[in-house]
Design a protein around this ligand. Structure first.
Ligand SMILES: [Mg+2]
Length: 278
């Protein structure tokens, strides 16, 4: 029998019917944003999900400092940051009146392990800046706790793919992980990734086994650093700009929106809510 690799084909959103989703995990850059800005349609879509009782959890390479704000201020149930190094969850203990809350921070590695990893990343930083002219440390690096982000096109003139590959190789030659996002190369030490921390989040915060998550969790993303999530989650979506990367990806999402970035995210949310059973 012919085995069809579903990863080679992305379905239209019109083929999706909500199977009873409770959680929407979503990437941020390139998925909620366009030209680097969070769009009004995407932010409104986050509120629509919230108001329909769906739990939204951004999953990003962005730093701890940003995640503090997101967990506290956005209409989300939690946030996974620095490519899965931690999650933050802010709970308002007085049922939404904002007077008493608690921020729960769960890290994959403890503080002394993180300090050791950061010393090793300092050496890699020096080597990359010396060997790849035009690369820079990302401007949000000072907000990071466990990952080194090298900017290849956010605030610097876009580097060619060969330079991006050289940055990745310097990380991996030192035994670090490296993932290319739409703006940075992120490197870190240790055994975590975004998908691993999604599992940890669901189990610790909601007592949910990941094997039970397939019908209740969806993921929305846009690029190769989302591939583990596309591969794992049956209800996986991408915004249209994923098409820029399909040639280099092994795992594609199940469904793709017609529009890019935040507009595409709003389209995904519209379809989820339009096919929700009441
Ligand atoms: Mg992205």
């Amino acid at each position: 029998m012919l085995t069809v690799n579903s990863a080679l084909h992305m379905k239209s959103l019109r083929e999706f019917v909500n199977p009873g989703l409770r959680f929407i995990f979503t990437d941020i850059d390139g998925t909620l944003t366009e030209q680097g800005r969070l769009t009004s349609s995407a932010y409104q879509a986050l509120w629509r999900l919230h108001d329909h009782g769906l739990k939204v959890v951004p999953v990003t390479g962005r730093p701890a400092g940003w995640c503090e704000l997101i967990a506290r201020q956005w209409p989300v149930t939690g946030v996974i940051g620095e490519n899965g190094g931690f999650y933050f969850r802010y709970e308002d203990l007085n049922a939404g009146d904002g007077t008493t809350g608690v921020m729960r921070r769960h890290y994959f590695y403890n503080a002394s392990e993180r300090a050791d990893h950061n010393r090793r990343l300092d050496k890699i930083r020096t080597e990359i800046l010396a060997r790849v002219p035009g690369a820079a440390v990302a401007s949000d690096q000072f907000c990071r706790q466990m990952d080194l982000a090298i900017d290849y096109c956010e605030d610097v003139v876009r580097l060619p793919p060969t330079d991006v590959d050289r940055i990745v190789k310097i990380f991996t030659d030192h035994g670090a992980n490296a993932k290319v996002s739409s703006i940075h190369v992120n490197g870190w030490f240790g055994e975590y990734d975004k998908l691993t921390m999604c599992h940890v989040f669901l189990e610790r915060e909601f007592g949910m086994k990941i094997s039970d998550a397939q019908t209740s969790v969806a993921f929305v993303g846009d690029s190769p650093n989302d591939e583990p999530m596309f591969a794992f989650f049956k209800n996986s979506f991408a915004v249209a700009n994923v098409k820029d990367f399909v040639g280099t990806m092994k795992s594609l999402p199940e469904y793709v929106a017609d529009q890019n970035g935040g507009s595409g995210f709003a389209e995904v949310v519209e379809r989820i809510l339009a096919t929700t059973q009441r």
